[in-house]
Design a protein around this ligand. Structure first.
Ligand code: MN
Length: 251
């Protein structure tokens, strides 16, 4: 897909039409657009390092930092890229670049952790789980993996997030299976100790058993929730898991 760029014509279209055309149509329209040869993310990485190496920290550098962020370079990655480049391009140039990068990736620590969690997992994090927000402490996300035959949902919990105590009711069959896919989390049945969950762990939750599940305090966590078919199935949402019940400092 062609990268659309109008900065050349916007700034220099009248004064230097050829330069504007080369900038917009060739540099961006042709070279940046060759995504089948090199991804936009990698092109951003090359560009940021090349500009930083020249000591350029003007508005064009800021533009390329913002673009790099849009193209998927995370806060952790840009810090690593500039640190690495500092040894080859020069320490003061890295200092100058960091001052600008820090602004572009400001307030991005949380979303960066979320991006890293997504990288560890093949299923999408999905959308904010607004429909069930009333039954959760903290932010959760939901992605339907299977919506027919058997419902399978990827549920993602931010650190510290957990659902309320609840019961999967059924007259026959029913219950829920959790298949842990990324991060570290917890599961607890009423009257039993909290159980730690890691990727690959499977929890078989019988119907009529009061329980909760969620992330550890210091980790994102995702599990597939499989709705076991049954007759007369319903969910009963109970009270939140209190700070006393929830293991804040690990197990
Ligand atoms: Mn459950």
């Amino acid at each position: 897909m062609a990268v659309k760029q109008t900065a050349g014509r916007d700034a220099l279209g009248e004064f230097a039409p050829k330069f504007a055309q080369l900038n917009d149509d060739v540099l961006f329209g042709e070279v940046w657009s060759r995504e089948d040869r090199l991804s936009l993310r990698d092109r951003s990485l090359v560009t940021v390092v090349a500009l930083m190496a020249q000591g350029l920290v003007d508005s064009s550098f800021q533009y390329h930092l913002i673009t790099a962020k849009q193209n998927g370079i995370t806060r952790t990655e840009i810090a690593e890229i500039l640190t690495h480049a500092a040894f080859y391009a020069g320490w003061p140039k890295a200092w100058a670049a960091f001052r600008m990068a820090k602004d572009v990736w400001a307030d991005d620590a949380a979303s960066d952790a979320m991006a890293r969690h997504q990288k560890e997992m093949v299923f999408p994090i999905g959308k904010p789980n607004d429909g069930f927000a009333a039954y959760f402490t903290g932010q959760s996300y939901l992605h339907p993996v299977s919506a027919s035959q058997i419902g399978i949902f990827n549920v993602t919990f931010e650190p510290g997030c957990r659902n309320n105590w609840h019961i999967h009711h059924a007259k026959s069959g029913g219950g829920q299976i959790l298949v842990c896919v990324a991060g570290r989390g917890y599961y607890q049945e009423e009257g039993k100790p909290v159980q730690e969950l890691r990727p690959g762990d499977v929890v078989n939750i019988p119907p009529e058993v009061k329980h909760w599940h969620g992330a550890a305090a210091d980790s994102w966590f995702s599990h597939l929730a499989v709705e076991v078919p049954g007759e007369g199935t319903s969910n009963e949402w109970c009270e939140p898991v209190t700070d006393e019940e929830y293991p804040h400092s690990g197990l």
